[in-house]
Design a protein around this ligand. Structure first.
Ligand code: CTP
Length: 425
């Protein structure tokens, strides 16, 4: 049976697949497109993550293909994998078909070359374990050893063997991610296996950064609230942090972020894109104390800029909110309060706040104040005789605040005010 919708792939991809099949044939290999792309072809979902599996020497074939297509090759010989970057921007991952064995629960697998069947049967779920052949004799033929197509039709997530979650506990989070994304259901026996793996403290057998990678993938999904609700129901959230819970405020914050992001471009048309996933992460951890966030940041080895953003949000106390919500603040006062915060922090403040004044202030900051520019700069001050030591920045800030507050309109007025400040020094 041919893979459904294969012809829906863009023409250049199909042509490329057929050429790869021919070259593989000439080199006595069998090649297959595998995994998510096949699943998503059946579901009519767009997916351009092309994974190709080679029965034979994958790296050698990748080198031949790179030569033929003038593609850039990045290979990881020790893992028998390579990535081809085609001149037209398409990226293809190529790997030798392999067999995997796990020496102990949670260990990274030991890998040996194998057949396409070995390669598909080592995978996480039946719906991810399908392939399409690319060789000319059976181009497009579906390879499905584990009844993945049937599970796609039944809309279930099913593991291929009983030790799957013990071997690789990240699959617990993957199962929930696919379940929620595709609106499928984790099949009963697989769910029982998840519960058993959790009884054996599965998440404690893997290094926290592996959990973190999976959490990020979930945070990247559209509207991740329901994913975390499901994780909380199946696993509890304590494996992320002992104090982490989904309370009503957290759930409300997830919804508010969804809403804000839908209208982000309309609300703030000229602003930089923000990292959506990070906003949701801030929401998830909002109820944790500073020390608990710190523990989390260390456990997952968060990058410095991620820690900075989390801490700066956590540092905002009640006084900050009270002040930002006061009547009669000057634009420059609002600016000084918000200017040092990341866009993600500002947006989560906006999502969190139910106070209309605060919302309006944040909108004005993002749409107006943050865009205001002075007509003069440090060079101009130097021409006026200001030396570096006397603090360009302090003077420029003062001029800027006055401009924000609407007291300076023209370049001449800025210059005049600059002169006044210099004379008073
Ligand atoms: N895989 C696995 N076990 C894991 C991770 C991945 O068996 N812990 C397999 C699955 O067969 C998956 C393939 O490796 O289809 C590629 O992994 P990934 O790119 O993460 O999966 P996709 O199915 O492409 O997921 P997505 O749609 O989120 O990109």
């Amino acid at each position: 049976m041919l893979v459904k919708n294969l012809n829906n792939l863009p023409r250049d991809i199909l042509r490329l697949f057929s050429q790869i099949g021919k070259i593989a044939q000439e080199n006595n290999c069998r090649v297959f497109v595998v995994g998510g792309v096949i699943r998503d072809l059946y579901l009519g979902r767009e997916n351009f993550d092309f994974d190709i599996i080679v029965e034979g020497d994958g790296i050698a074939l990748a080198k031949i293909l790179a030569d033929k297509f003038k593609a850039k090759l990045v290979d990881h010989e020790q893992f028998c994998t390579a990535a081809l970057f085609m001149p037209n921007g398409i990226k293809i991952d190529i790997a030798t078909a392999r067999k995997e064995t796990y020496e102990h629960p949670g260990a990274l697998p030991k890998v040996t070359p194998g057949s396409i069947e070995d390669d598909l049967l080592r995978r996480d779920f039946s719906i991810n374990a399908m392939a399409a052949s690319l060789n000319p004799e059976d181009f497009g033929e579906l390879i499905d050893f584990s009844d993945g197509l049937n599970d796609l039709k039944k809309k279930v997530i099913r593991v291929l063997h009983d030790l799957s979650f013990i071997d690789d506990p990240t699959r617990i989070l993957r199962a929930i991610r696919f379940e929620q994304r595709l609106k499928f259901r984790i099949e009963d026996h697989s769910l029982k296996l998840i519960k058993e793996a959790l009884k054996h403290h599965a998440f404690e057998t893997i290094k926290p950064p592996r959990i973190w990678r999976e959490l990020i993938l979930i945070l990247y999904e559209k509207s991740p609230k329901k994913y975390f609700m499901r994780i909380a129901g199946v696993c509890d959230l304590r494996f992320i942090h002992p104090k982490l819970r989904l309370n009503r405020d957290t759930l409300r914050l997830f919804d508010a972020i969804d809403k804000l992001l839908v209208s982000y471009e309309k609300l703030y048309p000229h602003n930089e894109p923000v990292e959506n996933w990070f906003l949701y992460f801030m929401a998830l951890t909002d109820a944790l104390k500073r020390s608990e966030i710190k523990y989390l940041a260390e456990r997952f080895n968060l990058k410095k800029d991620q820690r900075d953003r989390l801490y700066s949000f956590k540092n905002l106390n009640r006084n900050f909110f009270n002040f930002l919500g006061k009547n009669n603040l000057q634009p420059s006062q609002v600016y000084v309060m918000l200017e040092h915060l990341s866009y993600e922090t500002i947006l989560i403040l906006r999502a969190k706040s139910e106070n209309k004044i605060i919302k309006k202030r944040i909108d004005d900051f993002l749409n107006i104040y943050d865009k205001v520019k002075l007509s003069i700069n440090g060079d101009y001050l130097a021409e006026l005789g200001v030396s570096l030591d006397s603090g360009f920045k302090k003077i420029l800030d003062k001029i800027f605040y006055k401009k924000l507050d609407g007291e300076l309109q023209t370049k001449e007025e800025e210059i005049e005010y600059a002169r006044k400040l210099i004379d008073n020094q």
